[in-house]
Design a protein around this ligand. Structure first.
Ligand SMILES: N[C@@H](CCC(=O)N[C@@H](CS)C(=O)NCC(=O)O)C(=O)O
Length: 202
């Protein structure tokens, strides 16, 4: 399989982390938004939404959207709960990550650290992303005060999706110390077997 990838992207880290844990070999092709490669015609022909990650299967079919890629790779493994309710919880947290977490926590980090995003870092946008990102961390913390992981009793794709940008949230100006159950969960994720850091390239 080929992963069209961007090394410092949390969305791209999600499939890299799962493939590392599953021991799935893959070819990595760097397509960086920093240099505009995601918007070049040959890449847009592969993913009309002009974003990474994109997984290309051995038969040439492709899957976009990091969480859809996670679900594809996790099918039949310990990373997707077999129980119907727990599987629905995994979906719940994947949708939460994309609608209530990533647009604030990932975006605020990009606004503060990507030179090409500096022009978009208006005080209003920084204030909104801070408020909504803190809310998301609060929701996670409340869940984790009662549960070790997000979907049932064990580590799943939901933990991978939420770990991707939570572990670097401080780069976006969020204080993780204010969310102690989140800090404990980050340690649990980092010590789960075959964990790799964000810049692991296979
Ligand atoms: N919802 C998408 C979001 C992917 C996304 O935001 N990718 C960024 C890198 S983290 C990107 O490719 N941006 C392209 C651009 O800004 O031109 C997913 O989860 O895969």
């Amino acid at each position: 399989m080929i992963l069209y990838d961007m090394i410092d992207s949390g969305n791209c880290y999600k499939p890299r982390l799962l493939m590392a844990k599953l021991g799935i070999p893959f070819t990595r092709i760097e397509v960086s938004s920093h240099t505009g490669e995601t918007r070049k015609a040959d890449y847009v022909a592969k993913n009309p939404n002009a974003m990474v990650p994109l997984l290309e299967l051995d038969d040439g079919r492709r899957i976009a959207e990091s969480n859809a890629i996670l679900l594809y790779l996790a099918e039949g493994t310990r990373f997707l709960p077999a129980d119907r309710y727990e599987r629905a919880l995994a979906y719940q947290w994947l949708f939460f990550e994309q609608y209530s977490h990533e647009p604030y926590i990932a975006v605020r980090k990009a606004l503060l650290t990507f030179p090409e995003s500096a022009k978009d870092a208006t005080p209003e946008r920084l204030a909104l992303t801070l408020e909504r990102g803190k809310k998301a961390l609060g929701v996670m913390n409340k869940h984790l005060e009662q549960n070790a992981f997000f979907a049932g009793a064990s580590y799943s794709v939901a933990d991978i999706a939420l770990f991707a940008y939570t572990h670097t949230a401080e780069m976006g100006g969020f204080q993780l110390d204010a969310h102690p159950a989140v800090v404990e969960w980050l340690k649990r994720v980092e010590t789960d077997k075959r964990h790799v850091p964000i810049k692991w390239v296979g």
